[in-house]
Design a protein. Sequence first.
Length: 238
Amino acid sequence: MKPLLKLKGVHSFYGKIHALNDINLEIYEGEIVALLGSNGAGKSTTLKTISGIIKPKEGTIEWEGENLVGTPAHKIVEKGIIHIPEGRRIFGGLTVTENLELGAFTVRKNKKQIKEGIERAFDLFPRLKERAKQTAGTLSGGEQQMLAISRGLMSQPKLLMLDEPSMGLAPIIVQEIMKIIKEINKQGTTILLIEQNAKAALKLANRGYVIETSKIIMHEEANVLRADDKIIKAYLGA
Ligand SMILES: Nc1ncnc2c1ncn2[C@@H]1O[C@H](COP(=O)(O)OP(=O)(O)O)[C@@H](O)[C@H]1O
Ligand SMILES: [Mg+2]
């Protein structure tokens, strides 16, 4: 089977900082892949490079047989790749529904599709339905993360990339978000998940990649990573 997404020898820089050094990574359709690593390792840069925010200096990013390198970010969204960045950037002054409508705007969906998308989001996150007319800024942190994810889903992506969705949330809310990520995957969306919470991520994921100081040092089935001494020590809190 051919991978949906394949990074080959990718190098990305911020000025002179070599943030990604020869990244090779594959994601197959239907998978949940976790990207683990400590602060500053290059996790967010990997997502930014895939979504076209950063252009790699070297390497290729193959998506359905096409090299994405050089494709502008909004075109990459149209191809079915959505990146939910760190820190849930929702529009605090707009209502929940208005935020969702904006999620569809990037792909210019028609009214009926937008309505269906909002219904899907509300099925997935009943709490957002209750708060449909509330301004997003008044939502709790967990609800804002749910809204950020729902907004990303409005364009019906094939690949959803999540950058630390559990950041700053209470454990019970983290569990809820993880459950919903699993559900989104079951409904047919492939997932690339960055998590500091490696335990939660590896419970969910099929496979994982470990990135350390700009390089992939390991990639394995999630259950193999969960049993690996080095991973346990470094990321799972022995
Ligand atoms: N906007 C930026 N300008 C300069 N350096 C950056 C920028 N963003 C990240 N970096 C550097 O790139 C490296 C990788 O960062 P990042 O991908 O954000 O790590 P992670 O998400 O794994 O914590 C780090 O050394 C970080 O300091
Ligand atoms: Mg990061």
